[in-house]
Ligand binder design. Sequence first.
Ligand code: CUA
Length: 336
Amino acid sequence: MRGGRARRRLVVALIVAVGLLTSACAQHAPQDTLKPAGKAARSIDHLFVGVFWIAAFFFVLVEFGVLYMILRYRHRDDRPEPVQVHGNTRLEVGWTIVPALILLVVGGFTFKVLFDLSRKPANPMRVTVVGHQFWWEYQYPDLGIVTANELHLPVKKPVRVTLKSNDVIHSFWVPRLAGKHDVEPGRVSQINLEADKPGAYLGQCAEFCGLSHANMRLRAFAQTPADFQTWVNAQHQGPATPAAGTPSADGLALFTTKGCSGCHTINGLSKGNVGPNLTHVYSRSAFAGDTFDMSPANLRTWLHDPPGVKPGAKMPNLGLSSDEITKLIAYLETLK
Ligand code: CUA
């Protein structure tokens, strides 16, 4: 009877353990640090894998040792008390020195990776990342480009990223390209990014920074040098000017009269620096901290009540009418 209950408990414990383990797995996880796609992420991954297998080896060794001892020396009514042993100098010195040496080796490799990661690469492309509640600003000082949420970089080109914060502590993290790095107000730090292959790499803020921390996402687009140059050329264009009398011209007028221009920059038109630069906003695939896919329907929901759909968003509800929103969207659609 007792054995039956114990077995049932064991089965339940196993099911719970396997359930927890498998629920932590995802087949197509876009933010998987274990699938590095760039230099920095790869060196971190190598270090992790090395330490993991050392730890796994000793874990299995110790657990089997414990199980063996439990079974071998378990209490039986007819068994006399085992011989009591106190101290074994050679063993004790051994199990102090061996782990210390292993940790020393792991520490050596860790320091090497840390130094490698912080070294400035030769001839990098420079990008400044500024964390805002709750979106990312990207400045390309050598290219004269300012954009938001979607970082473009040419493949196989080292990018030296300077990290700054405009308000609170954020953490910039594109798991498949590099380790996470805190972005602190009043402090400038640097990391290296490099992507092996073209693709979109998702990331997000990894430090709790307020109500919409979870809505502070980002996307890094690694492009072939030719595609990257096409993007740069497009970013260098001025904003579109809508033809007079069109809904988008009305939208442009509303952009100025409704206060949008006080917070947003549109090159040559306005100089706000509270929200993202909107000169080419419609060329992006998402908006509001990369939270909503770029579409007229989503823009409508957003403009109707920004903090309602993105809690804590600094953009206020401007009380726009449905007609005003339609016109503003018509204008935004021209900003490609
Ligand atoms: Cu920014 Cu969390």
